[in-house]
Design a protein around this ligand. Structure first.
Ligand code: SAM
Length: 346
């Protein structure tokens, strides 16, 4: 189903009921209209308005609660059990989106904050420069979360921090795209933001749906990453322009430029413990510590030598300390002392 991309110039609630059966969508990434009175939305950033498409359909503020309940109920219905949904929301109507989510069986996974550049200009208060991204999941099936799709478990960045950990923190700093001279939707989401959600929460061939296509950016990125795409846009102007452009999108083209993470998991992670392996880890931990290495360096060496992840090593070492009360205890105390002294031995 939907082997070829299909886009409907329709209201998404009616459109979903008409065209999308229960439980066929693997991932929804969507950015509903914000329900902000007046038409100030597109004036937020410094750009020439002649390149911004007309015809963005807004929702009256006093209808926002009912509107959110209707489309989110449809989103729940079309998601497969285990499927994920990411909803981008400003703070003005966030409460309505959260209440609508609470009225479903969808479960919260993360409440992400997206910090962008070109915030709303203000003089007598703080500059507003974030959106909320509500990441929820439909219970009852196996969920897709590709933990190591962008950074391997042992990849380190500046200050030796884990790149995988940093990439999976729930505050994302991603700039909007500046596209001088190009026709665009009033509020287009940046490609990097969309790629991140699609990479983590879907696989090639999965069906990705956007109920509010706007500039069709979700669909464009989904197809570029070799996913299937379906979606809705109510505005005739936006739909006519973007649907034409979509015909030129090459499926899978973005995969060529994706960063390839270094060796995903440590090779023995998840395998049963070998005989005497835990004792050897504890002894090696003590010996390496005694040589004056920091705990961090000791753990890196252990991870390389034993092919285990940091957390399983940590657990083994703690258990061994409890059961043996050996030199390992003294070693942990030594690291604690060093830390207390501000890492002067470090
Ligand atoms: C915030 S924009 C989406 C922007 C899009 N994510 C992008 O990157 O270009 C919301 C879009 O929803 C459309 N819209 C409003 N009400 C709708 C409805 N009931 N069904 C489908 N689309 C609707 C608006 O016309 C607008 O283009």
């Amino acid at each position: 189903m939907f082997e070829k991309p299909v886009f409907f110039n329709e209201d998404c609630v009616e459109g979903c009921r008409r065209h999308i059966p229960d439980g066929v969508v693997d991932l929804i990434v969507t950015d509903p209209p914000y329900g902000i009175e007046g038409d100030r939305l597109h004036k937020h950033y410094n750009r020439k308005e002649e390149f911004v498409l007309d015809g963005y359909v807004e929702v009256p503020a006093d209808e926002y609660g009912e509107f959110s309940r209707k489309w989110i109920a449809e989103a729940e219905r079309i998601l497969r059990p285990g499927g994920s949904i990411y909803i981008v929301s400003g703070y003005t109507n966030l409460i309505h989106v959260l209440n609508a989510l609470r009225a479903t069986r969808l479960q919260e996974v993360n409440h992400i904050v997206w910090k962008y550049n070109f915030g709303v200009h203000t003089t007598r208060k703080y500059v507003s420069s974030h959106y909320h991204i509500l990441f929820y999941r439909k219970p009852g099936g196996s969920a897709t979360f590709n933990t190591h799709c962008r950074f391997g478990a042992s990849e380190r960045g500046e200050g030796n921090g884990s790149l995988n950990y940093q990439d999976r923190e729930d505050v994302w700093v991603i700039n909007r795209e500046y596209k001088p001279g190009k026709t665009k939707n009033k509020n287009e989401l940046p490609s990097r933001l969309l790629m991140k959600m699609i990479q983590y929460s879907s696989n090639e061939g999965d069906l990705v749906c956007d109920l509010f296509l706007g500039g069709f950016s979700t669909a464009r990125i989904a197809l570029g990453m070799n996913r299937r795409a379906v979606g809705f846009e109510l505005s005739k102007t936006a739909f006519a322009h973007q649907a034409r452009e979509m015909a030129t999108v090459e499926r899978g083209a973005l995969l060529r430029d994706l960063r390839v993470p270094e060796a995903g998991l440590p090779p023995r992670q998840g395998l049963p413990w070998g005989s005497g392996e835990k004792e050897r880890i504890a002894s090696r931990f003590a010996a390496l510590g005694a040589s004056g290495l920091t705990k961090k360096k000791v753990m890196d060496v252990l991870s390389r030598e034993f092919g285990r992840g940091y957390w399983s090593l940590e657990k083994v070492i703690k258990t061994q300390v409890l059961t043996r009360r050996s030199g390992v205890t003294r070693q942990n105390d030594l690291f604690a002392d060093r830390q207390a002294q501000g890492g002067r031995h470090g």
